[in-house]
Design a protein around this ligand. Structure first.
Ligand code: GLU
Length: 279
């Protein structure tokens, strides 16, 4: 069976040890399967993505001994493809415009709702028609409408990662509670947000195996839902454990102490990095 995987960093900061683990693991798995390992820059956030991080990521990967197959896929060069898919979702009546700011959302959630995670959108704008879209509005996926448009019994994905290995079914109630109406196109510009761009690209790049951090497991259902809405295949998923800092916190881009460039400057070797992440 063909094995095609990808490493998909957002060039919004330097790679840290957690990214190195993800990249090395997916690269090693592709090579072991005699498959392909692709590099995708998730650079649709024009404010936060920087060419110098794009270059640094390539440099760090090469230093780690990671060679990617084919040209780099940059999402910023595929905006037209995403917008075509966005229009299809709009025609199907699955999107609505949303002008809520982060603080509006916080205020709407200030009375704690049981089981509603903080970042799940409370649905304030859900009944707004598309015709009311203002220039600064984001577009959200109406999750209930999407679930109604699909046969939910078909919504499943195979997971090979340690925490949820096996066949995973998308649970609509859990998706409402954990994910809700995600933003598919961001405010201000016709820029597609992560969920749609990534679901589309995995199909476009022929990805058979998505290997990424456990933090994205809970969001996989929305990508499976988007794949079904757009007639795209669902890859096999492998969510790996996260590399944590000494306090047990997951590493973030701002944790410069764990930046690959810092280890390199201190004279670490690629083998030291492999040992540090347990490979
Ligand atoms: N761009 C995402 C990140 O850097 C990864 C998304 C994915 O692998 O699906 O966290």
């Amino acid at each position: 069976m063909a094995f095609v995987t990808r490493f998909a960093p957002s060039p919004t900061g330097p790679l840290h040890l957690g990214h190195a683990y993800s990249a090395l693991l997916s690269h090693d798995m592709a090579r072991a399967a005699e498959g392909r390992f692709l590099l995708r820059m998730e650079d649709t956030d024009l404010d936060r993505c920087k060419p110098e991080y794009d270059a640094l990521i390539q440099d760090d990967l090469a230093w780690l001994g990671i060679a990617w197959d084919g040209p780099i896929h940059r999402q910023s060069q595929h905006i037209k493809d995403y917008n075509t898919r966005l229009e299809a979702l709009e025609r199907a009546g699955l999107l609505y415009p949303c002008g809520c700011s982060r603080s509006d959302i916080r205020a709407a959630l200030s009375a704690p709702q049981e089981g509603v995670a903080f970042n799940v959108y409370p649905g304030t704008c859900r009944n707004r028609p598309m015709a009311s879209r203002q220039p600064g509005d984001a577009l959200r996926l109406d999750l209930d409408a999407a679930l109604n448009a699909l046969s939910t019994s078909d919504l499943s994905f195979t997971e090979t990662g340690p925490a949820h290995a096996g066949q995973n079914r998308v649970d609509p109630a859990q998706a409402r509670r954990q994910i809700g109406d995600v933003v598919l196109s961001r405010k201000g510009e016709d820029i597609v947000a992560y969920f749609l761009a990534s679901a589309f690209d995995d199909a476009d790049q022929g990805i058979t195996h998505v290997i990424r951090g456990q933090d994205l497991f809970d969001f996989t259902p929305v990508q499976v839902i988007l794949q079904h809405l757009l007639g795209l295949p669902t890859p096999t998923y492998h969510h790996h454990a996260l590399i944590r800092d000494d306090q047990g916190k997951r590493l973030a881009k701002r944790d410069d102490a764990r930046a690959m460039s810092k280890y390199r400057a201190e004279g670490a070797t690629p083998q030291d990095i492999r040992s540090l992440v347990g490979l």
